[in-house]
Design a protein around this ligand. Structure first.
Ligand code: FAD
Length: 497
């Protein structure tokens, strides 16, 4: 056996919301806990996120008086996912209120309800949603050193810039708040630029991790919450995950499936490996995608110049329609929209993207079609038909605007709006994702299972490192982060037993 370089009670690999919630739970319980992060900064995709958290039936929804309950969430999840993952569903539902109470007990952490509709018309759905977000976090509260450890928003991060002077919001606020609470316990330690490479097993139990040449002991447990494999082209190809490593929204080079592979090498089993949290991504000037949602105008056409779906569908469902269609895809809109008729992360301006040569502006639809390689006749017919739907107020092909989600982003106004006022614009849309959602199979306590469904002692997984209990369904805003935090928290409750 090699010599240990350091010893903790618990090592958490990764530093997204699940990792940090688990690390905080462990450190608060008096366990010396290390957060081991591959990159220079903490937070991963969680830091880029809107930090909507779908944890139903908690004190946050109660404070907001929205009428959410564990029971209605159970009805909703059961309608969408069935009873296959019932044990995980019940574990998730029973943990949500306890987890939020635990988190908000910490003076550094506070949430507020934020309306954002659930994604499916199913029993138990909340039209205004049930998810919540962290309060913004002034940089002074975190201090320069800790603030510098939090991954900046996606546009600044891609440009190699740090945080602005504004309070941290959304995912940065969530990671910043969890980090503040974690370090304040006195039991929380962080190592950045130290990727987990292997797991150390003694007598059938995981007792530590190898991080390159560094060997770290963790006799109470190792929690793998190091994202999925969205940024690994070979792994994506081997599992036929639609989209591409260049088109994922995850931070560059961060999530390449290291933790999943390390666990597989010691006998862990995997599931759902062809799945991701999909979304449309507008290609931007630097060739990277921008997560795009909430289309309140414009239309998306496929490689033949025809519509193929309701553009206003919740983004994962739209992504899945793209996976079944033939690209290249383009969003087409006009000057009536007054700018991009959708929300994009990072925020984009039409002028900048047109000036950079990434998006196309044209005086007529025929010219636009020619410049994006489509038949002017096909695009003209598609837009003409679409404009007819706008006039009648009914999308006869894809029912856009019929679901409350579709109209949420247009403030209740129609989202099928005529595209008929020059100049016209087009932007290429790629099949992007917010991370893969297949990975290590776990039991409801987040214990990693081997090929015979037996827990591997000492090893836990949460977030996109684990196979999501939601299967190929994305039920509502905040499910990735909510479930990552819930199962990381459960892992720590098991470690403490
Ligand atoms: P991550 O948050 O990506 O964290 C993984 C971390 O592990 C990274 O820091 C990575 O560097 C590190 N790591 C990787 N390999 C290793 C290794 N070998 N050793 C050590 N560390 C390693 N979801 C929601 O629920 N609500 C939202 O509002 C929401 N909004 C979103 C908005 C945007 C713009 C995007 C891009 C995503 C959004 N998502 C949202 C999706 C969500 O952010 C992710 O699916 C989720 O955060 C993934 O969490 P994770 O912990 O699995 O991975």
């Amino acid at each position: 056996m090699g010599k240990w370089d350091d010893e903790y009670d618990v090592v958490v690999a990764g530093s997204g919301a699940g990792a940090m919630a688990g690390a905080l739970a462990a450190a608060s319980a008096g366990l010396r806990t290390l957060v081991l992060e591959k990159t220079r900064v903490l937070g991963g995709t969680s830091a880029y996120s809107g930090a909507a958290v779908w944890l139903p039936g908690t004190r946050v929804q109660e404070r907001a008086g929205i009428g959410d309950s564990t029971e209605s969430a159970r009805t909703y999840l059961r309608a969408l996912i069935g009873d296959d993952g019932a044990a995980h569903r019940e574990a998730f539902l029973s943990t949500a209120p306890e987890l939020v109470e635990f988190l908000e007990r910490d003076p550094a952490i506070e949430f507020r309800f934020q309306a954002f509709p659930d994604y499916f018309p199913a029993p138990g759905r909340m039209d205004m949603g049930r998810s919540f977000v962290p309060l913004e976090l002034p940089l002074e509260r975190l201090g320069e050193e800790l603030a510098g450890l939090v991954r900046p928003p996606v546009d600044r991060d891609r440009a190699g810039r740090g945080h602005s002077a504004k309070p941290m919001a959304q995912g940065r606020a969530l990671i910043g708040r969890l980090l503040l609470a974690f370090t304040a316990t006195g039991n929380g330690f962080v190592r950045t630029e130290t990727p987990l490479t292997d797991l150390v097993v003694e007598d059938g139990r995981v007792v530590g991790v190898q991080a390159g040449s560094v060997r770290l002991r963790a006799p109470r447990g190792v929690l793998l919450a190091a994202g999925g494999f969205e940024s690994s082209a070979p792994l994506r190809a081997s599992r036929a995950v639609p989209g591409g490593a260049d088109w994922t929204m995850a931070p560059d080079g961060a999530n390449t499936g290291d933790a999943i592979e390390a666990a597989v090498r010691i006998g862990a089993s995997t599931g759902l490996l062809d799945q991701a949290w999909f979304c449309p991504g507008l290609l931007t000037a630097d060739g990277r995608p921008a997560f795009t949602l909430g289309f309140r105008g414009g239309l998306i056409v496929d490689g033949s110049g025809r519509r193929f779906a309701n553009e206003s569908l919740p983004y994962d469902q739209m992504g899945r329609r793209m996976a079944g269609a033939q690209g290249p895809f383009h969003l087409v809109w006009d000057s009536r929209a007054g700018g991009l008729p959708a929300i994009s992360v990072p925020p984009l301006t039409t002028d900048e993207q047109v000036a950079a040569g990434r998006w196309v502006q044209a005086g007529s639809l025929d010219e636009l079609a020619g410049r994006i390689g489509l038949s002017p006749q096909a695009l003209g017919e598609t837009v003409g038909r679409f404009n007819g739907f706008a006039e009648n107020g009914v999308d006869g092909d894809f029912h856009r605007g019929e679901d409350p989600y579709d109209r949420y982003f247009s403030g209740g106004r129609p989202c099928v709006v005529a595209v008929d006022r020059a100049p016209y614009f087009a932007a290429e849309v790629v099949l992007s994702d917010l991370g893969t959602k297949g990975g290590l199979r776990t039991d409801p306590d987040a214990r990693v299972l081997d090929g015979s469904d037996r827990p591997i002692p000492g090893l836990y997984a949460a977030g996109n490192t684990s196979a999501s209990f939601t299967g190929p369904v994305y039920p509502g805003p905040g499910i990735p982060i909510g479930s990552a935090m819930a199962f990381a928290y459960r892992a720590v409750q098991d470690i403490r037993r």
